[in-house]
Design a protein around this ligand. Structure first.
Ligand code: G1P
Length: 290
């Protein structure tokens, strides 16, 4: 079995739900507390032993690439002024030279098309996908949990959680077979089904570990929900041919593509920071008296 060393991060989205903030800034650069969303995703993947990254970018996303480059002037000034604490804050942005490559998705043809754009990077290797909008707070990073299942099964594995039935039309939804409460065998997949026809309420959230065979299916450019090339449809073609599981991961997921989810993430992540938690708890009491 080939080890998991690669991750693909689609970041080409326009971020329309966060306008005007995202007019001139990539939405993946929006910070939760003090770190941009994209950095949480890269750090999560690195914690699972992933060393090579492919960002699927688009126009107006250069700040993301800059973020993981050397900031020569800034670092020189900090060094000169002896600001070692500030220097230390840059640590998570420093990757091995050559660890990040970017590919442009020239047209917004869907998540499946974005992943297909990374085909040369993926080659014949298994790879993780992280959608930076989904931010996960937990003991063991979600991708590390998926990587452990990949090592167990050698097949595809997606992170899943139950959602209210009225929300099935926002997600890829699983039809499941054998289920031990943690790992569920995938029998079918539907992208954004209406609540009445959804085969379950078990939804895919933005973390996947996939075998490279998915690329052949994406290459057909079949259009699915919303007229887009859907990753979910290409994954569905692999059911029965390779082991395929949904993992009910441990941790809490915040949908940072949504304003309320993004605000909740700010609070939850701030409350995890010992230097901030007491002050945040204090002001929250003011807004929400018991
Ligand atoms: C994408 C996928 C969907 C998945 C979701 C997770 O949808 O197509 O299957 O459930 O991410 O966040 P999007 O949110 O891009 O519409």
């Amino acid at each position: 079995m080939k080890p998991l060393r690669k991750a693909v991060l689609p970041v080409a989205g326009l971020g329309t739900r966060f306008l005007p903030a995202t007019k001139a800034t990539a939405k993946e650069m929006l910070p939760v507390v003090d770190k941009p969303l994209i950095q949480y995703a890269i750090e999560e993947a690195r914690a699972a032993g992933i060393e090579q990254f492919c960002l699927i970018t688009g126009r107006g996303k250069t700040a993301i690439v800059e973020h993981f480059d050397i900031a020569f002037e800034l670092e020189a000034v900090l060094r000169e002024r002896g600001k070692t604490e500030a220097m230390a804050l840059l640590e998570g942005t420093q990757l091995e030279p050559g660890a990040i490559v970017t590919v442009r998705q020239q047209e917004p043809l869907g998540l499946g098309h974005a992943i297909w754009c990374a085909r040369a990077f993926i080659g014949e290797d298994p790879f993780a996908i992280l959608l930076p909008d989904d931010l996960i707070l937990g003991e063991t990073p979600c991708v590390a949990q998926l990587a452990a299942v990949y090592r167990e099964t050698g097949g595809n594995v997606v992170a899943v959680q139950d959602v209210p039935r009225e929300h099935t039309n926002r997600y890829g939804i699983l039809d499941i077979g054998a289920d031990d409460g943690r790992l569920a065998e995938v029998k079918g997949l539907v992208e954004k089904p209406a609540p009445e026809v959804a085969p379950s309420t078990l939804s895919i959230i933005g973390r996947y570990v996939l075998r490279p065979e998915v690329i052949a299916h994406l290459s057909r450019f079949e259009r699915g929900a919303g007229g887009e090339v859907q990753l979910t449809d290409a994954m569905a073609k692999m059911i029965g041919k390779l082991p395929f599981h949904g993992l009910r991961f441990e941790g809490k997921r915040f949908d940072c593509g949504d304003k309320v989810g993004f605000l909740e993430a700010q609070i939850a992540f701030a409350l995890k920071r010992p230097e901030l938690a007491p002050k945040v708890r204090e002001f929250l009491r003011h807004y929400c008296p018991a």
